[in-house]
Design a protein around this ligand. Structure first.
Ligand SMILES: NC(=O)c1ccc[n+]([C@@H]2O[C@H](COP(=O)([O-])OP(=O)(O)OC[C@H]3O[C@@H](n4cnc5c(N)ncnc54)[C@H](O)[C@@H]3O)[C@@H](O)[C@H]2O)c1
Ligand SMILES: O=c1ccn([C@@H]2O[C@H](COP(=O)(O)OP(=O)(O)O[C@H]3O[C@H](CO)[C@@H](O)[C@H](O)[C@H]3O)[C@@H](O)[C@H]2O)c(=O)[nH]1
Length: 440
């Protein structure tokens, strides 16, 4: 059984390392962030991911899982080394692979025998070859000649459901040049999944492209349903029934058809832009993906128009905001629709009373320019107290069961902008609410 190392202990690295350990592998997770590693060594989880903490504790205790800032030991002791560092967007939309190549250089510095270097970071086509070249160069500088293979093994987990996604992936993609590397990867995953998960073996370029093509397609599904929702609103049609009926067609499928305020997160936006640049670099244009990005930006602004149309002049209005994270069950607010919608509401004169079950710490940082207009609240009812209207921005489960009797007793304005369609219009209207959903 190969000993494993994971370089980069963020969302993907931590989940990968911890769950591979839970499947029985010996894993060392490395990060350059000493504070993060210190916390993890003490069993504290630096991110919010439901269910992860007990699994970390369990594997730390039984000695299969290690955290360190010392990449040397991790590399020397392992045979298969995953790279899971960030690939953030550059200003021109391209993915910045400098952290991936830096990790590759660090690995090459301490290689002491055959290694499989597995890139799990979402990286443009050509990155695996660049990793290979980087490692060759460092080994050459060191005057050594250890054999190694580079594998592209994109990750498809979602934040908030990362454990379930990692334990039961739809597929495993292994891009490699050498059958021996594929065999070592099968030794890693076959041990976990008993070969029950479909595995796609491909060349490096194909594996890298599968990740971008998948993310852009999912983002396009969301954007498509949002556009149809906008038309439904004008035509007395109900997007939820439209989506349900569409989804029953197996060729379409029911997932990623929930209309809302636009997609966000650390992946869809940056990966769509990177895909467009990748296409441009080889003389092609991806017009659907380009249109999707524009449409998604408009969708976020459209939510502001919806609120302004429903409430009138926003100057001096108190608006309760329920949810700022880009989706439920995460503390991540990267590219969240809230980042566009909240500053615009403030610009229009509104005061915001914000509650998010997990997003406050990241929110305080992201909204530092408008903090004077934000009151952070500890729960739903504190947020809605004395407000003129409530906006549901994230589909956290606790927002599905608001106690509306309590809501009324807090002098909360009976105007609800339900941007995740958690409620039905008719019962809300019967309760005396002015109700605005998306696409119904
Ligand atoms: N977040 C997701 O849900 C998700 C899902 C699938 C794929 N991805 C992709 O996976 C990659 C990682 O994403 P993330 O969200 O986990 O990022 P992240 O920012 O949460 O974590 C990256 C970590 O790498 C560390 N790091 C950077 N350089 C390092 C180095 N040289 N050595 C050791 N550690 C180093 C950072 O300190 C950080 O802790 C990205 O390419 C992303 O697109 C993310
Ligand atoms: O029907 C839907 C589904 C999603 N969304 C929005 O789309 C965004 C992304 O959601 P989701 O895909 O669940 O979250 P991520 O954690 O960003 O996961 C995506 O990005 C990851 C990083 O690449 C991939 O690994 C995953 O497969 C891919 O789903 C969020 O803003 C959601 O609110 C909708 O509005 N409607």
């Amino acid at each position: 059984m190969p000993i494993l190392a994971v370089v980069g202990t963020g969302y993907v690295g931590l989940v990968t390392g911890v769950l591979l350990a839970d499947f029985g592998h010996t894993v060392t997770c490395v990060d350059v962030d000493a504070e993060k590693i210190n916390k993890l060594c003490n069993g504290q989880i630096p991110i919010y991911e439901p269910g992860l903490e007990p699994i970390v504790m369990r594997n730390l205790t039984c000695g299969r899982l290690h955290f360190t800032t010392d990449i040397r030991v991790a590399v020397e002791e392992s045979e298969v080394i995953f790279i899971t560092v960030g690939t953030p967007p550059k200003e021109d939309g391209r993915a910045d692979i400098q952290y991936v190549l830096h990790a590759a250089r660090e690995i090459a510095k301490w290689m002491n025998g055959y290694k499989v270097i597995v890139n799990k970071s979402t990286s443009p086509v050509g990155t695996a070859r660049a990793i290979k070249q980087t490692i060759h160069q460092v080994l050459h500088e060191r005057g050594v000649n250890f054999p190694f293979d580079v594998v592209s093994n994109p990750e498809f987990l979602r934040e908030g459901t990362a454990i379930q996604d990692f334990m039961h992936p739809y597929r495993i993609v292994i891009g490699a040049e050498n059958p021996h590397a594929i065999e070592r990867m099968k030794a890693v995953y076959g041990f976990c999944y008993k070969n029950e998960v479909p595995t796609i073996e491909a060349n490096l370029e194909t594996a890298e492209m599968i990740k971008y093509a998948s993310n852009a397609y999912l983002a396009m599904k969301v954007t498509y349903i949002n556009e149809i929702a906008n038309v439904c609103e004008k035509m007395r049609a109900d997007i939820q029934l439209v989506a349900e009926a569409m989804g029953l067609d197996q060729r379409i499928g029911p997932s990623f058809l929930k209309a809302g305020p636009g997609y966000g997160g650390s992946c869809f936006p940056k990966d769509a832009s990177a895909l467009i640049r990748m296409a441009e670099d080889c003389g092609e244009s991806l017009q659907l993906v380009e249109a999707m990005i524009k449409s998604n930006q408009l969708q976020k602004l459209r939510m502001v128009d919806k609120i302004r149309d429903g409430l009138g002049d926003l100057a001096g209005k108190n608006i309760a905001i329920l949810g700022i994270t880009f989706k439920p069950n995460t503390d991540d607010i990267r590219e969240s629709p809230a980042l566009v919608i909240l500053p615009r509401l403030v610009e229009l004169g509104a005061k915001l009373r914000v509650y998010d079950p997990c997003g406050r710490i990241n929110g305080e940082r992201a909204f530092r320019d408008i903090l004077d207009s934000i009151a952070w609240c500890g729960d739903i009812y504190e947020a809605v107290s004395d407000s003129d209207a409530t906006v549901i921005l994230t589909d956290w489960d606790e927002f599905r069961s608001i106690d509306f009797d309590r809501y009324e007793s807090l002098h909360a304005g009976k105007v609800l902008f339900d941007l995740r369609n958690l409620y039905e219009r008719q019962p809300m209207t019967e309760k005396g609410f002015l109700y605005f959903g998306v696409g119904k």
